[in-house]
Ligand binder design. Structure first.
Ligand code: SF4
Length: 254
């Protein structure tokens, strides 16, 4: 383990990490109380990796399309599907509304689940047309909580997709939670791994200033860390910017 590779199993469980304060902090307290240390996590990540320049898209509508296409696949596959849509001049709400669903599905095939995703894209442009007269500007002028509720009612848009759209296409200050966020919080003893999406989103939003630019960078930095250091099967802690925050630095990563 010369690179400090340490198996997830060698970490203290979150319960172990929290044992000294077991009776002081209930599960509800863990998720509802702000965690000021999350500021320090951000500072360490930003110092180490700098600006991530998310989201990799040319327009807000392209962000929305990408947020749907990246579901259950990698960004590389989603980007290939987006490139096909761009070549076919379909990266506008009006064009997507007109294209037959079977042609749309064929074009986005590289993203996987292409038939379902074609229906999801159609559902979004239909929503945009009916609720906001085809205007993204009008849609994003809607108050954050109200727009989030609307998006969550659209077929195929769950919390992570809705929040990605709100933050990266609309500059609304909502924190995006993903599997990387859950993994890092759990490995650091800051969550138990069973918290709901909303509990974790609330945790970040209560712990940090409600600042879209901050949330934009923070989520991108978490994704960078999850991809390059904190992988599901093993964590490479020795060269990770968050190593200093581990509850008990694992011997294997020394
Ligand atoms: S975030 Fe970094 S330091 Fe923390 S467990 Fe993952 S790899 Fe290790």
């Amino acid at each position: 383990m010369s690179k400090g590779l340490c198996l997830h199993g060698s970490f203290p469980s979150s319960a172990e990490a929290r044992r000294p304060t077991r009776d002081r902090r209930s599960r509800a307290a863990i998720t509802l109380e702000p965690l000021p240390v999350l500021h320090q996590y951000y500072d360490a990540l930003f110092r180490a990796h700098g600006e991530q320049r998310w989201w990799p898209a040319r327009t807000p509508f392209e962000v929305i399309v990408g947020a749907i296409l990246v579901q259950n696949t990698t960004w590389v596959n989603a980007a290939r599907a987006i490139a096909h849509l761009r070549s076919a001049k379909l990266l506008t709400p009006a064009a997507l509304a007109k294209v037959p669903v079977f042609r749309l599905a064929r074009l986005i095939r590289p993203s996987g689940y292409f038939r379902q995703k074609a229906r999801k894209l159609k559902a979004f442009v239909e929503f945009l047309q009916q609720e906001h007269r085809d205007s993204l500007k009008a849609m994003f002028a809607t108050p954050t909580a109200e727009l989030r509720e609307q998006l969550l009612r659209v077929h195929g848009i769950g919390p992570e997709t809705a929040d990605s759209i709100l933050l990266y296409a609309g500059n609304h200050p909502v924190f995006v939670i993903d599997a990387y966020t859950r993994r890092i919080l759990t490995r650091h003893g800051l969550s138990q791994g069973k918290e709901s999406y909303e509990e974790l989103r609330g945790l970040f939003e209560k712990s940090l200033p409600l600042d879209a630019q901050l949330f934009n960078e923070y989520h991108a930095l978490i994704v960078h860390t999850g991809k390059h250091h904190c992988q599901a099967r093993a964590a490479s802690c020795s060269d990770c910017a968050l190593r200093q925050f581990l509850p008990t630095p694992p011997e294997a990563s020394a």
